[in-house]
Design a binder for this molecule. Structure first.
Ligand code: CTP
Ligand code: MG
Length: 225
């Protein structure tokens, strides 16, 4: 089997603010996108890497076009459309399994890639997640309006792994604004196995998340500059 990773980097990072899309901002001395790409580059089980870029990120296109180990694809208006363009870039590569990952999660370990890929030997789809441990509330206008039983609830992470034929077929009929590819796979009836996620594998979403990610990456002897 041949495996690829699709790294989604076409978002605008509206919630992180700062004018520049978050993937091009520095984290512990290195751009977020570079940390994330490095994680996949160190994995020998991956044959191809697709980087999905927004058409308007012209400097990034110019930079990555010259990197022979990266296939570039154009981002769409939604995350799902960006994934669809990334999947299209894998046509005729002979790839049979794919990991789909948000560039905004640079803090996962190589062991997580291996765990997701191993699960694909048994399942058509597998994704990391952690059981929710906080109490959950409903709220409105600054008031708690209700509580929510957390039993059986998981916080989803990426990289999410799929047999290529299954996720291509699922996306072919999908129209919506899915937050991730597990949502797309399930909409098409594909069963998804849960792999234990990692506490450090946070998604950088708001300005405050940068400091926490810097602490995690700053302690990471594995891939420090
Ligand atoms: N993404 C993408 N194409 C889009 C929208 C999102 O490739 N049209 C990617 C983002 O780059 C990110 C992931 O999908 O890696 C979604 O994570 P999110 O935190 O929502 O990133 P942004 O959409 O960039 O941030 P925001 O929603 O705050 O604007
Ligand atoms: Mg978004």
């Amino acid at each position: 089997m041949t495996t690829a990773a699709i790294i989604l980097a076409a978002g605008r990072g509206q919630r992180a603010g700062a004018g520049v899309p978050k993937q091009w901002r520095l984290l512990a001395g290195r751009r977020m996108a570079d940390w994330t790409l490095e994680r996949f580059r160190t994995c020998r089980r991956l044959k191809h890497m697709v980087l999905v870029l927004a058409p308007e990120d012209e400097a990034a296109w110019a930079e990555f076009e010259s990197q022979p180990d990266v296939i570039l694809a154009s981002g769409g208006a939604t995350r799902a459309q960006s994934v669809q363009n990334g999947l299209a870039a894998l046509a005729r590569t002979g790839v049979t399994r794919v990991l789909i990952h948000d560039v905004a999660r640079p803090c996962f370990s190589p062991a997580l890639i291996n765990a997701v890929l191993d699960a694909l030997d048994e399942h058509k789809a597998a994704a990391p997640a952690l059981p929710v441990t906080d109490a959950l509330w409903h709220g409105s206008a600054g008031q708690v309006t209700g509580t929510q039983d957390r039993a059986g609830l998981f916080a989803a992470q990426t990289p999410q792994g799929f047999h290529l034929d299954a996720i291509v077929a699922a996306h072919a009929t999908y129209e919506g604004e899915a937050l991730d590819d597990v949502e797309v796979a399930r909409a098409a009836g594909v069963a998804v196995a849960i792999v234990p996620g990692e506490a450090d594998n946070m998604k950088i979403t708001t300005a405050a998340d940068f400091a926490r990610a810097e602490r995690i990456l700053g302690n990471d002897m594995d891939i420090r500059l």
